[in-house]
Every structure is written in C-alpha cells, then in structure tokens.
Design a binder for this molecule. Sequence first.
Ligand SMILES: Nc1ncnc2c1ncn2[C@@H]1O[C@H](COP(=O)(O)OP(=O)(O)O)[C@@H](O)[C@H]1O
Ligand SMILES: [Mg+2]
Length: 369
Amino acid sequence: MAEISIRDISKTYGKNTIMQGVNLEIRQKEFVVILGPSGCGKSTLLRMIAGLEDITKGEISIDGTVVNALEPRQRGCAMVFQNYALYPHMTVAENIGYALKVAGVPKAARLERVAGVAKSVGLGEFLDRKPGQLSGGQRQRVAMARAIIREPKVFLFDEPLSNLDAKLRVQMRHEIRRIHNQIGATSVFVTHDQHEGMTLADRLVVMNKGTIEQVGTPEEIYERPASVYVAGFIGSPAMNMLPGRVDASRGAVLLDNGQSVPLPAQQARAANGNLVQVGLRPEQLFLASPASAQLTATYVFQEELGSGRVYHLQIEDIPLCVVSTEKRQMTEGDTVGLSFAADAVHLFDAKSGRRVARGTADRVLEVTA
Ligand SMILES: Nc1ncnc2c1ncn2[C@@H]1O[C@H](COP(=O)(O)OP(=O)(O)O)[C@@H](O)[C@H]1O
Ligand SMILES: [Mg+2]
C-alpha cells in the first residue's frame, strides 16, 4: 500500500499541451477511479505514475519519495492493461510466475506462490493451460495474477475490462474490487465507463481535456456535480438541462420558454439576473397531471427498460427525459405534466458552466463534505 501525491503535473507532446495543472492526493489503500471520455489524458496520467511516460512539469511521489527520475521497476507499481499481452507459448502457471523466474526465485517457492495467487483469482484449475485455451475473462485473470504476484505497492489499471462482454465485465469488476480489498493495495483505475467508475471507486476523479474537473465520492459527484460537464457525464440518461434567467422577485428561474422553476430565496437573490442552466435528473422527475404539474412538456416517444420506461419529451425545442417505473401509454404530441422535489433542482452558471451554490444549506454541506 502506498500514498501517491500528484502535484501540478503538466504534459506536453512537442508543442501540444495535453495536460495542465493536475493535482491529486491518493490515500493508502484507496481505490481511485479516473473517469473521462477518450482522449482526455487518463492513460497519460497513469503512465506518468508508472514511469512509462516523462513528466513535463510537476512532481509525482509515491510513499513520500519523488519518483520523477525513477525507472518503472523502481516505483513498485504493477499495471494491468486492456490488451493483456500474455506469452502464448507459456502455460498459465509460467505466465503468472515469469516475473519471479526473472527475479531468480527458486522453482519450489515460485510454484507455491503461483498456486496461491492463481487460486485467489479463480485460476487454480487452469495452471497447465495455454492462453489460447482460455476465455477472455480467464485471460484477464491471468493478467491480474501476473500483477498480483509481484506484490506491488500500487495497482494501475488502464481500462482492463473494455474487451470483455457486458456480463463478464460486471463479474471482473467485482473481482478486482475484492482483490483490492483483500491485498490492501492502493489502486488507480482508468475508465471511460461511468458505471464502472461509480461502482468501483472510493473516490472518483472526473477529467476533462487534460484537467481535473471534480474529485469526490461517487455519491458526492452524483448529488452535487461541480459543473455542467460533470453533470452530463455522471448519470444515465444524462441530466436534463434547461436554459433560463434567475429572477429574485419571482424566486425562480424563468426558462427561455416562459415556464419557471422555483429556487430557494437565498440562491435566487445571490444569482439574480444571471443566465443559468437548470439541471434536473431524469430519475428525479415524476409524471403528473398537467393541472398540478410544475412543468409541462410534449411527449415524443418512449423506450422500454423492463423495470420501467424512459419517456422522451420536449419543452419547446429542448429535449428532456424522464425515467419512471410507471408505465403509461401516450401519443406523440400529448401534453405531459412533470413534478419534482425542491432539492432535485441543480443550478449552473450558463457562462462558466460551474455549479451555483444552493444557499447556506448547500454551502454547509460543501464545507463538511
Ligand atoms: N505519444 C503521443 N504523442 C502525441 N500525442 C499523444 C501521445 N500519447 C497521447 N497523446 C495525446 O494526448 C491526449 C491524451 O491521450 P490519452 O492519455 O491516451 O487519453 P485517454 O487515455 O483519456 O483516452 C490525446 O489527445 C492524445 O492524442
Ligand atoms: Mg487511454
């Protein structure tokens, strides 16, 4: 286990700055997930921790030692990739034990360690097979075992589950988390998949174009996204966004289409006159009769989920989703009423995209979080 400290990291390729001012403290035994779309710099950050990529500016330390100038093998990190390059001519046992063999560990001790690690990842029965005789999930387990046997201080995962089918991905996700807990390692896991990130992480790091947008527990990030970007990235379907302007005299946001969304008085006063985006999560909107509704929308179409439905609506030309366990037959063009709780309203500044605090209550929450 180890602490990782990332201080003011920038990365430049030629004239291209692809990462800037990245700061992150990772605690001992923590499972941190770096989440962001393809190309935002996740792999580069991981590779800088591992020592596979130069650090242009800033400092990374592991357990209090600055590692900028250390070789990868001196850093105590083990990396698990999406493309787990196993040696095809070696058996599972030989693949897992290869690093020990190179390190000169005697055969008997090696075989014992290999058997132990193989058992811990559910490969006990497959030690004599070749990679070609294994399923994708089993091959991924061999890659895990190869990392585990080196007893690294830090596990670095670069989208290791992307090649697996959906069911296996969930299973391996649980397994990775179980192994992490069992060996008490510090893990940094990179993915573009929000479900993977939400379910695995102690803390999530949301990246956007080479910078960190927000760091927090999955719950904090879901409940109080720091920006429109984060709000759109976490949650499925994505949070609905309605543009408008704050009007303190009405204690509400007046939407561009003439409807209004009430705000706490203090928040409305603080942001009076500002252009904003009102965020409402699809699962926090409820279908209501148009007479008692807080908003009205026009029905477009619906998708069956089995457990419920996604209703696709529009307010003027702005699309809006509602997820509900309620099943209603509707016809295109129908008027649909919507209701929501006061604390389901997220407010973002239209220009900066940043979250607007909800008033005293929200600020107290943010300080204690
Ligand atoms: N060796 C390289 N040379 C030049 N640009 C690179 C190199 N590696 C990555 N990049 C660029 O850096 C950015 C981040 O890449 P990467 O870290 O792979 O993103 P992610 O893992 O989030 O998909 C991308 O714009 C990519 O094109
Ligand atoms: Mg990548």
